[in-house]
Design a protein around this ligand. Structure first.
Ligand SMILES: Nc1ncnc2c1ncn2[C@@H]1O[C@H](COP(=O)(O)OP(=O)(O)OP(=O)(O)O)[C@@H](O)[C@H]1O
Ligand SMILES: [Mg+2]
Length: 354
């Protein structure tokens, strides 16, 4: 009982599908595992996964605004500001003062799905979080940087300390700003969406460098990077659990070229794996070739087409969609039964590997 696993969806590259995948995985995992509590923590100020979870489109947007404008916002900003104001060593606030049950806002959501809502004020709040992290240590045991880095980890520990089983997804921002660092420091594992393009290849290597540093370390930045401080202060850096090759079927007819590009990203990560297997969750099979590595660590996720767009807009479970026309703003969008089936299958293949 307690925490099964916590996964941060992160890639140093923007727009690769972190929020969309967080939304679909959380909704579907909750549907398939009614006995498990699923928690989404949205640490991206864009709050895109919160918007989809809380009903999608204008409904989701309004729900976020209402949660964020409460005197003590029921959002990541509310939680972080309360903990930081109370100070290190203070008792943690009741997590349920900040977390919402998604089904109270979105009738399509399973009842076992919870959210610590994203909040646009995370961006203006970031300098204050940085300031708290870089405060002078006033006692020999005080480690302000470590305390701030562990806020989300401690929050997860607190809320999952019950007789229930919990699975946690953390949505992130691509930048490695302080709020992304605390998202990453809060998770045990990483799910890394990648696209089939050259920038995904560089972003994946950059991501590993941000987490673990470079060898040799950078002559100037090397002494105060996240990697160095995490190592010195005993922050547990999450391990890569899965690379999700997102939208590989986007461009019909050139599937081979896109597969090759996505494989190029996996190949560059395989080189990293060979030198540092401990950056990855320990495999359950022997990995002795690039093919083994790709088979084991990378899963494709097809393009959702209109089925995904409509789901995200309405905050609906893919599996609950029917073949018909749905209204998206003033347009009618056709959702095809075959596509719903294919997309649900693709999500399920990721879920069985979590
Ligand atoms: N598998 C998919 N099929 C179809 N569309 C997708 C898929 N994955 C993502 N998208 C679309 O791609 C766009 C970017 O996705 P998303 O916002 O999830 O990326 P992100 O990584 O969270 O971006 P950011 O870095 O800005 O947070 C969105 O318009 C989303 O609807
Ligand atoms: Mg996003």
């Amino acid at each position: 009982m307690g925490l099964i696993h916590s996964y941060a969806l992160w890639n140093n590259k923007g727009g690769v599908g972190k929020s969309t995948i967080t939304f679909h995985l959380a909704m579907r995992y909750a549907e398939l595992h009614p006995q498990t509590k699923i928690l989404v923590i949205d640490l991206c100020p864009q709050a895109n996964s919160s918007m989809m979870l809380l009903g999608g489109g204008p409904v989701g947007e309004e729900n976020i605004i209402n949660l964020c404008k409460e005197a003590t916002p029921r959002s990541v900003v509310g939680y972080l500001s309360t903990v930081i104001t109370n100070g290190r060593g203070a008792q943690l606030p009741d997590p349920y003062k900040f977390v919402v049950n998604v089904s109270d806002y979105n009738t399509y959501a399973p009842q076992n799905l919870f959210l610590l809502c994203g909040d646009g004020n995370l961006e203006p709040m970031a300098p204050a979080i940085n300031e708290a992290a870089s405060a002078k240590a006033l006692t020999p045991t005080a480690q302000p940087w470590k305390w701030i880095q562990e806020i989300i980890r401690n929050f997860i520990e607190d809320i999952t300390e019950s007789n229930d089983e919990w699975l946690v997804f953390i949505d992130t921002n691509p930048s490695f700003s302080i709020y992304t660092q605390i998202a990453v420091s809060g998770a045990e594992r990483l799910l890394v969406p990648i696209n089939a393009d050259d920038s995904s290849k560089t972003a994946a290597s950059a991501m590993v460098a941000l987490l673990h540093g470079t060898n040799p370390p950078h002559p100037i930045y090397g002494s105060w990077t996240y990697a160095k401080m995490a190592n010195e202060q005993g922050i547990i850096v999450p391990k890569i659990h899965m690379l999700i090759g997102n939208r590989l079927t986007q461009f019909k007819g050139s599937a081979a070229a896109f597969k090759a590009l996505s494989d190029a990203t996996s190949t560059s990560l395989y080189e990293i794996y060979k030198k540092n297997p401990d950056y990855f969750v320990e495999p359950k099979v022997t990995i002795s070739s690039k093919e083994n590595f790709i088979d084991y660590y990378s899963k494709p996720l097809r393009d959702f087409n209109s089925a995904g767009v409509v789901c995200a807009h309405l905050g609906r479970l893919l599996s609950s969609m029917k073949q018909k026309y749905y209204t998206v703003y003033s347009e009618e969008a056709k959702v095809n039964a075959e596509k719903i089936k294919e997309c649900t299958k693709a999500i399920d293949e990721i879920i069985v590997n979590l």
